[in-house]
Design a protein. Sequence first.
Length: 447
Amino acid sequence: MRVSFFGAAREVTGSNILVECAGKRILLDCGLFQGVKLAEERNFAAFAYDPKSVDFIVVGHAHLDHVGRLPKLLREGFQGRIYSTAPTLELTRLVLEDSEKLMSEESKRDNHPPLYLEEDVGGVIQLFETLPYGQSLEIAPGIRLTLMNAGHILGSAISILEAEGKKLAYTSDLGNNPSELLLPPDVVADADFIICESTYGGRVHEDVSRRGAKLNKIIELTISQNGVLMIPSFAIERTQELLHDIEHYCHVGNCAVPRFYLDSPLAEKVTKVFGKYPEFLNGKVGEEFKNGAIFALDRVQITSTVDESKEIDSSPTPKIIIAGSGMMNGGRILFHLQKYIEDSKNSILIVGFQARGTLGRRLVDGEREVRIFGKKYEVGAQIHKIGSYSAHADQPQLVLWLSKIAGLGKIFLVHGEGDESLALSKAIGDKMKADVAIPQQGESYDL
Ligand SMILES: [Zn+2]
């Protein structure tokens, strides 16, 4: 068994791992490299392997940095099967259709051909075969695949490959536990090798129980200042958690939430997918679904068209706007930022990871002057952060989860900026006896 790391190696985007075993080539995820742009230039470079030679792909979850180069792979000759859970297939279709549109706009601005076309997205979706959690499938003679719940986003999976007498597990991304919406990540009882994410390998998340109070405070501040609260949000999971929390705030806080917009057609579609898979949600939320009003969909104003989105800016304050993209490197949030970022009575609430180079990261780092669509803006708006909305496990959770796996010969840490992976590696070393590697881009290991 040979494993090669071609993405999310000492960084957080572009997840792409090649496993060669029992005469087959299997890719784990095929994600987009993201930064200042939705699709960084690096995505246009040739794959390090021949796409035609890949037999299977296993997709851990539907985030763009895990699925975003699938259509490119198809365009360049991949014709094998793609395995995932059923919600991951549905969400992948939505995410790829959305990003294809955004990237075609980006490519016109940058004056180069797009990474892939609409028809490539359709082609990729045709290749999927879905698997429920816990059911093992022989995908080729001598190779078994099992998907387990990763608790990260709806349908997210830990992939377990068994071949040549070895067992390799890959977390894709591992969820933050407890989650308001999802079941906690499954425990992997045993594995010889694990490839584990390390996004927050060096950090301890804020206590989840405090986030409701923090959110209330920020909403109250917005109301008292007659301002605008902008929440750049990932369309999957984060937005539904926010909708769920703001709904809860309405009921429990018994407060009049101001005008409240969900300005993300993708998030709107994704929220509907959640409704189709109550069995993938934790019991409490599944019950709420049966009783109807979940995710505040009856209260929030959904702006599907561009004209509706533009009208938000002429509506009276105070108001809350949830819009993508989560790292502010594209999407409708940029238009609202252009209008509202300079005024100190407005706020921006950061609820997700902000990769290096993105506008979101600049704001978190306290930069007072930023560029949006090439134009300079003074940052007057207040920047708030709630860390506990993270969909990723933090250091103590990762170490605890890893420590339950029996027989681990080696741990590979991926999907983390260098210092995060290094901090996790040290923490693992303190708590358990394990051989840890932090692979570099392009590095291969014979297992
Ligand atoms: Zn993810």
